[in-house]
Design a protein around this ligand. Sequence first.
Ligand SMILES: C[S@@+](CC[C@H](N)C(=O)[O-])C[C@H]1O[C@@H](n2cnc3c(N)ncnc32)[C@H](O)[C@@H]1O
Length: 543
Amino acid sequence: MLSVKEFKLSMFSNHYYRFINDFAKTDYESNKLLGKFYTDYNVADEMIERVVESITFLEENKTVSIIDPFCGDGRLIISLLKKIDSMNICKKIHIVIWDVDNTAIQQAKKSIEIFLKQTTLEYDLSAELTDAFVAYFDEVGKFDICVTNPPWGLLKPQKLFNTRCSEDKLNEYRNSIAMYDDYMKQEFSVSLPTSKFGKWGTNIGRCGLEVALRLIAPNGVCGFVSPASLFNDQVSLTFRKWIFENYNINSIAYFPAELKLYGSADVSSITAVVKVGTTQDLLVKVYDSEFNFTKRIFDNQEIQVIEDNDYSIPLEFGVEAMKLETQLKKCITLEEYCKHRNLAFVRELDETRVAEKLTDNGNIVFAKGYMVDRYSFSSEKLYLNESIVQPPKSVEFHKLVWRDVSRNSQQRRIKATIINPKCIAGNSLGAIYSTVDDLNELKILLAIINSYVFEFQARRKLVSNHVPVGILKKVKVPNAIQDDKLIQIVTSCLNGKECQAVLEVKIAKLYGIDYDEYFEILKFFSISPQEIEELKTTWKSTN
Ligand SMILES: C[S@@+](CC[C@H](N)C(=O)[O-])C[C@H]1O[C@@H](n2cnc3c(N)ncnc32)[C@H](O)[C@@H]1O
C-alpha cells in the first residue's frame, strides 16, 4: 500500500515535474520553471551568521538536525556547516536536503560530503530527490535549523511549450498543473494571494516559506531568502500577518536590485531569521548598492506601526522611513480626510475606444493623463461627445486630478493639479471633487498630495507603474485647516509662478515633521543640491 506521501506524490506532483523534466530543453528553461535563483555566497554567509547567533538549543551531546528543503547545489547547508564547525556548536549532526532537480541534489550531496570529511563532525546525510511541498508533511516540527531559498515564481502554464508540443500533450500538461495548483492551494492557505487576477497566481516562493517555517521545532530557527516584495506587496498580506502573529522575526536584511545578485533578474531580495514566538525587537539591516549597510532595531511600538500598516516594512526606503511612520501615526488617512470634508473620489470616463466618445468641439473638455503635470494642465482641444456619453454630475465641479501612470524611475511619481468645471477626467487620471464645490479645500489637498512627504509614503506602497486610488487612500495626511496664505500660494503655483518650495515646507510643517527628519526624507529623492539649498533657506524663513 502507498504511504500518504507516496499517494500525494503520485496524485498531484509527479506528473507536473515529469512534464517540466521532459519539456525543458535548456538550463535557462529549467531554471525558470523550477524558480532557481541561487543565493549569493556573501548573502548566504551573512544570513547564516545571524541564524547561528539566534540558536538557543545548546544542550550538550545533542544531535543537531538541519535541513534545506530546496537545496540546489547545497550552498546554504555548506555555509551553515562551516559556521557550526568553526564555532564548535555540536559534535553530531543530522542533515536533510531535498530538491526536484537530480543534478543539483547529487552535486549538493557530493559537496557536503567533501566538506564534512575535512571536519571532525559525526554526521548522517539524507539527500532525497523529492517534492518538498509534499515531503514536508512527515517532517513538521523536527528540525533545529532550516535554511533555505525556496523557488521563485508563480505556478502557471508556460507559453514556451505552446509551439513545441502537440495539443494533446499540452492539455495533459495543463491538467497536471491544475491538479498541482489545487493541491498547493489546499495545503498552503496562508500563502494564497490576498487578491488575484485570473485563474493562476499560486506563489511557490511563499508556499516554500510556509514549508520552511513548519519544519522547525518549537525552539528551532529558520533563515530564509526571498524576493523583497514579500514584506510590502499587497498580495502577501495574509502570509505576513501569519508570520508576524506566529513567529518571532529576529532580523531582516535587505539587498537592493542594483547589487545584481541574481544574474539577469533585476530584483531586490531579503533574508530573514525567524523563530517560533512573537516578534519583540526586530533588527533591520538595509544594504546599499555598494554592499554597505545601516541597521536599526525596531521596538514594540514600532512593530505595532508595522502591523497597522498591513504588516509591511518600507525596506526600499531605508530604516528612516520606519521612524517617519511612527511620527505619522497621529495623522489621518487620505480616505478619512476626504470623508470629513465633502471630498469624493470619482471615475468619470472609461478611456476604452475613447476616440469614439470625443469630438473636435463641444462644452466639456476631455482631460487625460499626459495633459497633467504638477500644478498644470494643458488641454488638447478634445471634447466629450455628449450625444454618445452622458456626463456625470461631477463634471460641473472643480476637480483635483493626478496621473495614473508613472514609473518608479521618475523623480516625482505624483503629478497632480486642479482642473476647472466643464472638464471630464479620463481613467488615466485619478480624481477627487468637492461635493460642495469648495475650491479652497481642493487647493490645500493639492499641496498635500504634491508634497515630498506624501510622495515618500506613497512610493513605498506603489508596486506597479500606476498610482491607484486604493493606495493613495491609505497614505497619511495632516489634519489641515484652511489657511489663506497656503491657498494663495497654491493659486500662484496653478498660475505658473515658481513657488513650490514654500508649499513643500509648509506641508512638511503641517505634518509635524522637524528639520532633520525632513531632510533625511529628501535623501531618498534625487534632488539637485540647489533645490536642497532652496528648501533649507525656505524652511528657516517659513512659519
Ligand atoms: C531559489 S533556488 C535555491 C537553491 C539553494 N538553496 C540556494 O539557496 O542557492 C530553489 C531550488 O528549489 C528547487 N525546487 C523547485 N521546486 C521544488 C520542489 N517542489 N521541491 C524541492 N525543490 C524544489 C529548485 O530546483 C532550486 O534548486
